[in-house]
Write a protein that binds this ligand. Structure first.
Ligand SMILES: *Cc1c(COP(=O)(O)O)cnc(C)c1O
Length: 393
């Protein structure tokens, strides 16, 4: 993640800040592209994982589509260079204004999550004199076996249509003249590292296709995202195993003729290329517990506070004998803690720490809580160097 050539760069900037290793992002994008292209799979990058403009532009330059969950994400994707024809729009609560905007921009497809939403899109498309392409998001009732707060595909989650609602939607669609149903969509959760979960999803999709779509084969199948990354040892696995992931779907999905499989990868594309760089303000405590107080807080990176997420932390200034510390931020909340009882080399005021694997759901979730400034972003290369590599100017 942090090769020695970046260390001086890290010392030059005002902490805390996100540091993006753009070379690693590009290597990751090349790996996804290679693995997906060889199976004719289509990738839509899930913008919500990291909507930083430079990151979006880099991803767009590889020819991927975008998966958006708000009108402003559609806007950001368009201005970063994603083609409207490759943008899909999901979310349980799209407002009328957001639907109107996305439709005016001629995005590719709406992923609909309720019967009422179908009616609203149909009405707005009618006003614009357009036919909107829609896919139905189905709740497959498959457990992702990850943290409950990032499980989205089981009964009782707010996402997607239940079998009863799916029946209603399919009954209604023929009367909605401004819509065309092209297929269906799933997304069962995030940070999934056990391929058996995706295998189960594929089998469930096969069942649903046989049950609901046997007579009306659909051209579009979107299986969502959710591939996890290695947070405990990111240096060992900077690039997720995309080959294994895609081949799990390839060997388990039974596709009708002409159906194309789409994916919405977020975390797996961007998590490992980013880290949060923070400076040690104080070291305090007693023989029971020592605290390293850093200048980054939960407003900069909320994942530990929100999901009990574990991020590896490295002290890049010290190589002394390891000791046990809690690493905490300055915010007035008990959950403002990046790690409990971890070993770091003996740490002193002024040391720089890097909180690894923070490229996904990091900067994009930062806030101004406690009226702190938002963290800045620093990049390993210029956007020019990034574009040169993919032959853009
Ligand atoms: C969040 C989300 C994704 C991306 O999930 P990752 O775990 O980051 O890959 C994909 N699709 C939808 C609908 C989402 O909400």
């Amino acid at each position: 993640m942090i090769s020695s050539k970046y260390i001086s760069l890290l010392h030059e900037n005002q902490t805390p800040f996100y540091f993006y290793n753009m070379e690693l992002l590009q290597t990751t994008l090349a790996a996804v592209k290679h693995a997906a292209d060889s199976r004719n799979y289509v990738i839509h990058y899930a913008v919500k994982a990291n909507a930083n403009e430079r990151i979006l532009k880099t991803i767009a330059s590889y020819g991927f589509g975008a998966d958006c969950v708000s009108g402003n994400e559609v806007k950001a994707a368009l201005s970063a260079g994603f083609s409207p024809r490759d943008i899909v729009f999901a979310g349980v609560g799209k407002s009328d204004q957001e639907i109107d905007y996305a439709l005016r921009k001629n995005i590719f497809c709406f992923h609909c999550e309720s019967v009422q939403e179908l009616e609203v899109i149909n009405r707005i498309a009618g006003i614009q004199g357009k036919r909107a392409l829609v896919a139905l998001r189905i709740n497959p009732d498959v457990s992702a076996n990850t943290h409950a707060h990032i499980t989205t595909g089981t009964r009782g989650n707010k996402f997607g249509l239940s079998p009863t609602e799916l029946d209603q939607a399919l009954g209604l669609i023929p009367s909605l003249n401004n819509l065309r149903l092209i297929g269906f969509h799933f997304h069962i959760g995030s940070q999934i590292t056990n391929m058996e979960v995706f295998e189960q999803l594929a089998h469930r999709i096969n069942e649903l296709q046989a049950q609901f779509f046997a007579n009306i084969p659909m051209p579009y199948l979107n299986v969502g995202g959710g591939l996890g990354v290695n947070y405990t040892n990111p240096e060992e696995q900077p690039i997720p195993n995309f080959e294994e992931y895609f081949s799990t779907f390839h060997s388990n999905l039974k596709l009708p003729m002409g159906q194309r499989v789409h994916f919405e990868l977020g975390r797996s594309v961007v998590a490992q290329c980013g880290c949060l760089v923070t400076k040690v303000l104080y070291v305090k405590g007693d023989e029971l517990k020592k605290f390293v107080v850093v200048d980054a807080g939960m407003n900069d990176l909320i994942r530990p506070a929100l999901y009990n997420a574990v991020h590896k932390i490295v002290n890049i200034s010290s190589h002394s004998t390891p000791e046990y510390y809690d690493v905490v931020g300055p915010i007035c909340e008990t959950t403002d803690c990046f790690a409990h009882d971890i070993q770091l080399p003996e740490t002193v005021r002024g040391d720089l720490l890097t909180i690894l694997s923070a490229g996904a759901y990091g900067e994009v979730m930062s806030s101004r809580y406690n009226l702190r400034e938002k963290p800045l972003a620093v990049y390993s290369t210029s956007i020019k160097e990034v574009y040169n590599k993919v032959g853009l100017t």
